[in-house]
Design a protein around this ligand. Structure first.
Ligand SMILES: [Fe+2]
Length: 285
């Protein structure tokens, strides 16, 4: 029996428990959040969430095409994504992908440019362009991790890319289990497509990744955006599921980085300082 979550920062936050598109009117959908079994049921435009054990209602709301739940008392609202409200963008849910690993590992993998040439060969990277150039990492006033000036050569950066290009990236860790990236749009220089990875912590060693994409509409349709995301994530999934241990070690001496993955080091420290333990192996006291 897995230990219950006692991290207030997670209990008092909103997490996705279902993609609205998978719900059938009146038929309960089984979900699980932070080790708690839930049932999500759609009634017309509404949806309700209850605990399977005891049937107590759970706070819920809908946004971006998902049903969200908070098991505690919400300390803040669902992450606001300004680009989701821009009319010239497709907003696409990339499917709900179950991964047998801690969600913190999924976030860290999403931040890692170093794996592109090896895991996404021919798409997001290719030899000999394997070097991660130095980039900047800071903690913002909003208490987010922001990595800027990230650059990587990509053979097929996006379905609309015409050949290889140097792609500019910005990464943002918004919440412990939420991470976003912004990358150059191949057709509109200066504008960025965004992918936000909302990770549902099912329990400490299982998660569901819900990629949410806000892509500029020019030259691309929604099925193509979804296809590309699923192609890329299918390459990540087996790598993630082979991670040992399944939880993310937060001890600074664990898994000494072999390359300059500054954002990963910052992420682990940021989690430690915010007392996130769920899905992690906490640092020794
Ligand atoms: Fe990847």
């Amino acid at each position: 029996m897995a230990a219950p979550c006692s991290d207030r920062i997670l209990l008092d936050d909103w997490h996705i428990v279902a993609d609205r598109a998978v719900l059938t009117e009146g038929r309960p959908f089984a979900s699980r959040l932070l080790g708690v079994d839930l049932e999500v049921t759609r009634h017309g435009d509404d949806a309700d969430v209850v605990c399977i054990t005891g049937g107590a209602p759970v706070r819920s709301q809908q946004l971006y095409g998902y049903i969200w739940a908070c098991l505690g008392t919400p300390a803040r609202d669902i992450v606001h994504l300004p680009e989701a409200f821009e009319d010239d963008r497709h907003t696409v849910t990339g499917g709900s992908i179950a991964v047998k690993v801690s969600g913190l590992r999924a976030v860290e993998n999403f931040l890692d440019m170093g794996h592109f040439p090896f895991v996404h060969t021919g798409w997001l990277g290719d030899e000999p362009h394997t070097e991660v150039q130095p980039y900047n990492v800071e903690i913002t006033e909003a208490d987010e991790i922001l990595a800027t000036d990230c650059k990587f050569f990509q053979p097929v950066a996006s379905p609309t890319a015409k050949g290889g290009m140097m792609v500019d990236y910005i990464y943002k860790v918004i919440r412990p289990y939420t991470v976003a990236l912004y990358k150059s749009n191949p057709l509109q220089p200066g504008r960025l497509d965004s992918i936000t990875l909302f990770v549902q912590p099912v329990d400490e060693e299982n998660c569901i990744a819900h990629p949410f994409l806000c892509y500029i509409k020019e030259g691309i349709d929604e099925p193509t955006i979804r296809w590309f995301m699923q192609l890329i994530f299918a390459q990540d999934k087996p790598i993630l599921e082979n991670q040992v241990p399944k939880r993310l070690p937060l001890d600074p001496r664990a898994e000494t980085p072999i390359r300059a993955d500054a954002v990963s080091v910052t992420y682990r420290r940021w989690l430690r300082e915010r007392a996130v333990t769920y899905g992690a192996i906490p640092a020794a006291a």
